[in-house]
Design a protein around this ligand. Structure first.
Ligand code: ZN
Length: 172
């Protein structure tokens, strides 16, 4: 049963259409991917699907690419009025049932935040190095930046939920 549950979680997650998200969002990036992980994690923890979007409401505590991942996965959107946001700079999503009985708070884990900020730091260092390097070296640095970016996005896509998210449930 435990194995079955794991297979189900893994299976349902692996089948998530990240390409569809990037088509909607307009580009492939770590924060839209993180937004999708927050949305998927919150919906699963609350036991609801996108079809039940009018039964829930969501608040996102960032105003960045994560908003699109959240809208794409939860069906709570600025357009349909089930989503609001605060520009607080936190990778955090609260989804609650409209009857107020249950809510779930999902944040990027400490590990995820460290990876995201580590990537930002490394990119800044590489860009600085690029400034003072010759053309041939600049091409190498560009390749390295692209590889690091890919690695980060891939990790946010694939990392197990307990590694990438912190989930807190309230109510029952
Ligand atoms: Zn983006």
């Amino acid at each position: 049963m435990f194995c079955g549950l794991f297979a189900y979680i893994k299976g349902s997650f692996m089948s998530f259409d990240f390409q569809g998200l990037y088509g909607f969002h307009g580009h492939r990036c770590p924060m839209s991917t993180m937004g999708a992980r927050l949305g998927i994690g919150a919906m699963r923890a609350l036991g609801v699907t996108k079809a039940e979007q009018f039964y829930i409401e969501a608040v996102c505590f960032a105003k960045n690419c994560a908003l699109d991942g959240i809208q794409y996965t939860t069906g709570c959107t600025l357009g349909n009025g089930n989503l609001s946001y605060e520009d607080a700079g936190r990778a955090e999503l609260v989804v609650r049932t409209r009857d107020g009985r249950r809510s779930v708070t999902v944040t990027a884990s400490t590990v995820a935040l460290e990876r995201l900020s580590g990537h930002k730091r490394l990119k800044a260092e590489l860009m600085q190095e690029r400034e003072v390097s010759g053309l041939a070296r600049a091409a190498d640095i560009d390749r390295r930046i692209a590889e690091e970016f890919d690695r980060l996005v891939q990790w946010v896509q694939d990392a197990p939920e307990e590694e990438v998210l912190t989930i807190t449930r309230e109510g029952r």
